[in-house]
Design a binder for this molecule. Sequence first.
Ligand code: SF4
Ligand code: SF4
Length: 380
Amino acid sequence: MIDAVWWSYSLALSAFFFSLPFSRYMHIPTEILYIILKNAGIKSTVSRDGYAESEIYSCSSCGLCIDACPMCSASNKERFTSVYFVRALRNRSNFAEEYARECLMCGKCMEACPVGIDSIKLRELKKEESMSYGKYDNDYLSNAKYSNTPLDAPELIYYAGCMTHLTPGIYKSIINILEKASVNYTFLDKDGSICCGRPLIISGGREKAKKLIERNREIIEGTGAKVLLLSCPICYRIFKEEYALSGIKIMHHSEYIAKLADENRIRLKKGDFSVTYHDPCDLGRGCKVYEEPRKLLAKSANLNFYKESGPMSHCCGGSLASDRFSFEERGKVAKNALLSIEAGKADVVATSCPLCLKTLSVWHDKRVADISQIVNEQMI
Ligand code: SF4
Ligand code: SF4
């Protein structure tokens, strides 16, 4: 009898191990390998190298990423969510590229993923493999200059970036704040920017983005400034992740203005109005800046608190990462973001990103402002 039990047990166990590579339980051993490689700092360079393979097979198909996705609930489409995208990669499906492009790259699903699968990186790599540049030409970059390049090294250079040039209220407020704090600064791209390169990278154009990055780096390092100040979280993230600037501290304006306030270089009076804060994806989830904007707002107004803040905050829907969604679908994402921060209960919705500002302003009937604008108005 004992022999029969032993043999049944051994056969069942062998059958389990033999069928493991073909079953959904393959994620159990793969996950261990993936976590070891990830902690060793390894990164993928193509969507199916050894590391990416361990990542793809670590997905347990739990589906938590579906519930987290703001575009999934807005568009009623699930096919592009991380679980299906990763499955398409695993099965070498022709749909993988389309799923990679059908995503706002907001990163909320990655926060929800218990395995920590970097689906954004996998999507970037998948897009790179099929990127067609058409008539793209960046030869002009070798002679490109900034008209406002400083002659003497300033304390700080301000790079507004393309999106901030489309929301002039932000850069005008920043300039006022810098003047008020007597900062020795130069507004480097006052007359227009060479793009930071991130829109190209998230579209799959890393190779072409390298030239933009190189040219910007040469110019910025050549100024001798100690601080590079940025207003756009999209720029901020790529400068931090890809530029490796030597001897220059990279700061988002929420961090720099909070520092000026801490050092009493600017003083703020608390206004008699309430404000709720929307975390931009690239500043919050992307760069982990959550505290400084809230510190500034608490000094300038009555800051409201709500449940889904920080890492699980909603995307505004304005992301540059996909051209596959309609205006209405993006609008639903924006409205859900406004609901999640209880925008109706506050006099002002604050954010710290020019793209979020533009997007949320379309869908909210009360004031939406950047923190730099609020601080500028509350300075004494
Ligand atoms: S990155 Fe954002 S939009 Fe894309 S699948 Fe994840 S949660 Fe959805
Ligand atoms: S949350 Fe992570 S592990 Fe779960 S299905 Fe999505 S990608 Fe896979």
